[in-house]
Ligand binder design. Sequence first.
Ligand SMILES: NC(=O)c1ccc[n+]([C@@H]2O[C@H](COP(=O)([O-])OP(=O)(O)OC[C@H]3O[C@@H](n4cnc5c(N)ncnc54)[C@H](OP(=O)(O)O)[C@@H]3O)[C@@H](O)[C@H]2O)c1
Length: 332
Amino acid sequence: MTGTEAPVLDRLLDRSIVGGYTNIGYALRRGHWPADPAEGALAGRRALVTGAGSGLGEATALGLARLGATVHLLGRDPDRVRPAMARITDRLRQEGREAVLHAEGCDVADLAQVHRFATAFAARLAENGDALDVVVHNAGVLPSTRTTSPDGHELSLATHVLGPVLMTDLLAPALRRSATGARVILVSSGGMYTQPLPLADPEYRQGSYRGAVAYARSKRVQVEIVPHLAHHLEAENVSVHVMHPGWADTPGVAASLPAFRLLTRPFLRTSAQGADTIVWLAAAQPPPPGGLLWHDRRPRPFSYTTATTATEADRDEIWSWVRAAVAGTPAA
Ligand SMILES: NC(=O)c1ccc[n+]([C@@H]2O[C@H](COP(=O)([O-])OP(=O)(O)OC[C@H]3O[C@@H](n4cnc5c(N)ncnc54)[C@H](OP(=O)(O)O)[C@@H]3O)[C@@H](O)[C@H]2O)c1
């Protein structure tokens, strides 16, 4: 027991999907969930947010900066995040706050780029004696056809799992220097509840490719590796969390799921509502326990059916597969 379990109504909302994932779930839960982080909770802290040029990533960067963090916004290249930086700066200025933001560039699906970026970023922080306190692996894609990354991996797996795992490994020296214990947060999706771990075919080479299925499988992998990733980093005083945001109206949803958006738009969350639990996980005191899946500031089950439930052996197998896939990534 973590002391943070969801009350019964909250759990029923989760099972109803539409009730829980929409702005209805957000509105019903927010009166009863754990307290907001304190004003200035992240003052003096440093955060990196991937996919920060739009949607939930931008809202996360805004939320972290509002709590006082220096935020590095990462896009495929630095120019992709500059408009978001300008919007965040304006918004915080209107609130009478200063934002300290930096633009970073890296395609997180390209392991060589991840290697180059994370090594250089960690070295830059070390030179200045800076620590990294928060990493949010938010960058996401829903490919319409089977696409491979520069390393030949299926793109959603590369973006949601392989890039984040390699980046976390390489940022460990900077995370270790966090005076308060660093937090790594992976942004998954409730869509993962529909899929079991793709143990027999992690790269989706077999059968006819469906982007939504590939997406959900990779988001399932994100969730199931978190206990291992958390254990792996425990000795470094780094906690690892995975969350799902519900359904939020973002540029990503508009581009990838236009019919879904048309049907659900009045009930979709705002980006800030979708990002709420990310920001909370980054800043809440006492620190939320690691190794869990969160939604609306509460831990949630990894699965609701036996058909999608992974065993410890399944988790060991996918973790070994992921470790092997990122091992020996060239820096070139
Ligand atoms: N919105 C929802 O309802 C919802 C629900 C469940 C989960 N999520 C998850 O939430 C996260 C954010 O999604 P969103 O809805 O905010 O979508 P979004 O507006 O499309 O944001 C995703 C961001 O990730 C960036 N990105 C994608 N691939 C990248 C790469 N290889 N390297 C660097 N950046 C990359 C995109 O940049 P470009 O513009 O360059 O592509 C974009 O800025 C995703 O992980 C998504 O799966 C969202």
